[in-house]
Design a protein around this ligand. Structure first.
Ligand SMILES: [Fe+2]
Length: 284
């Protein structure tokens, strides 16, 4: 009995060594979103012990883009990589640092010559490595190169170098995201949707082993509209007149996806969604 117990533990330890634990945090919106990240990360580090933490930061600066200071704030909190989206260029600061920053990526399907990069490999705890790719959908968003052809070209080059690959598909419509999930099933570790800010409850591991969710959901004020202050959004819908939106500073909601990946196959063994509201926090 003692012997079999030993081999069981040994086997479990070996399996653990081949596993990568990844936390992906959805679109962080403004100050409320950044506060949520600051409060939730220590808890999730304790309970999930992720070796890699990736966040979508395209709305982090008041709902519009990201600044070098905010990116640094994220890294200082233990974030390993940042993805963006259609708001990448909203904050002009981005042009000063995007080319120097190798842990921050913008959609890969911008035309050749666009500043920044569309994918990168980041290093996490325990020497674990993860390649992250950002692509953007084309339905109800400004036209870019074909995301399907773009990701195929990236995988063609990168597949030999990286086992574990996470794709942030920043897109508006559910059908385009679900189609991308099927397109990449078995080819990447995870396809995670961002941009709509509303978490969809369809997380699954697709038949060939790719973790999938249509939208991870956002991190920001819960009582606004997608993280923005709601009166302005209401006024815009009701009058049709141009209105300036600002990020809502109210109580936050936090949405993320937690995954476990097998380093040998590059496929997912677990995916689960995380949702937390500031109003329901139980402070220890
Ligand atoms: Fe977006």
């Amino acid at each position: 009995m003692a012997h079999s117990h030993f081999s069981f533990c040994f086997w479990t330890t070996l399996k653990e060594m081949d596993k990568i634990r990844v936390l992906f945090v959805g679109d962080i919106v403004g100050a409320a979103g950044r506060k949520a990240l600051k409060e939730m990360l220590p808890i999730l580090k304790r309970t999930k012990n992720p070796e890699l933490i990736i966040v979508n930061g395209e709305n982090a600066a008041g709902g519009r883009g990201i600044t070098a200071a905010i990116a640094k704030e994220f890294y200082d909190q233990g974030v390993h990589g940042i993805t963006l989206g259609n708001h990448t260029w909203d904050n002009k600061d981005i042009f000063d640092f995007i080319d120097k920053e190798d842990r921050l990526i913008r959609p890969a399907n911008y035309p050749p010559g666009t500043p920044g990069r569309g994918f990168t490999t980041v290093k996490g705890a325990n020497g674990k490595e993860l390649t992250i790719v950002n692509i953007q959908g084309r339905t109800y968003l400004p036209p870019l190169d074909c995301p399907f052809q773009t990701i195929d070209a990236i995988l063609e080059k990168q597949k030999k170098k990286s086992k574990c690959i996470l794709v942030d598909f920043h897109a508006e419509v559910t059908s385009e995201k679900i189609a991308m999930g099927w397109h990449l099933d078995g080819k990447v570790s995870a396809v995670l949707g961002t941009h709509t800010h509303v978490q969809t409850r369809d997380e699954r591991i697709l038949p060939q082993g790719t973790a999938y969710v249509t939208d991870v959901g956002m991190v920001g004020a819960r009582d606004g509209v997608l993280g923005m202050e709601r009166q302005a959004v209401l006024q815009k819908f009701k009058t049709g007149l141009p209105v300036r939106f600002t990020a809502d500073e109210g109580k936050w909601q936090f949405h993320a996806a937690y995954m476990e990946l097998d380093e040998n196959t590059g496929l997912a063994t677990k995916v689960e969604l995380i949702r937390q509201f500031e109003t329901e926090m139980v402070w220890a």
